[in-house]
Write a protein that binds this ligand. Structure first.
Ligand code: SF4
Ligand code: SF4
Length: 146
């Protein structure tokens, strides 16, 4: 099926909201570790001013871990892998793209995201370094694919 790029971007953001992944980002950002750091499209207090397919489809180590736990990582990666034109912090994705299907996330309880966010908050409060944890998890997923 075909879908407009902007619709796909909105869909990706909606999935993040629906599965509670945004709660994890909130803890991460509040701890001072955000993947948006230094980006020219980041506006203080307003967030991202130029959504793109690259940043929406990309998952950091923390989110990969969460998506794996709620069993949607494979489907998420398959969906975004096929989207053309993803660039670092931008895209040249065509206005209309082809996808096989969107994810089914109805089974995911948003509370799972809240729970992981609470655990990460406690980790930070105990002196844990989220940036380091994110890198370790990212590395783990990269190694698993080799
Ligand atoms: S690094 Fe991961 S958890 Fe942190 S803001 Fe970016 S996507 Fe969210
Ligand atoms: S373009 Fe990507 S890195 Fe930049 S602010 Fe938006 S989401 Fe963050």
């Amino acid at each position: 099926m075909e879908i407009e790029k902007n619709e796909l971007i909105e869909y990706g953001l909606k999935v993040f909201e629906e599965v509670g992944a945004n709660e994890i980002c909130t803890v991460c950002i509040n701890s001072g570790n955000t993947c948006c750091q230094g980006c020219k499209f980041l506006s203080e207090n307003e967030g991202c001013q130029k959504r793109n397919t690259s940043c929406v489809g990309w998952l950091c180590g923390l989110q990969k871990q969460y998506f794996a736990e709620i069993e949607v990582l494979d489907e998420w990666e398959k969906l975004w892998k096929k989207i053309p034109g993803k660039l670092h912090r931008g895209d040249v994705t065509p206005d209309i793209v082809k996808i096989i299907r969107l994810l089914n996330v109805k089974h995911v309880d948003k509370q799972s995201g809240l729970l992981m966010a609470e655990n990460l908050k406690a980790f930070v409060a105990d002196g844990g370094n989220l940036e380091k944890l994110e890198r370790q998890l990212h590395h783990k997923f990269v190694m698993e694919k080799l």
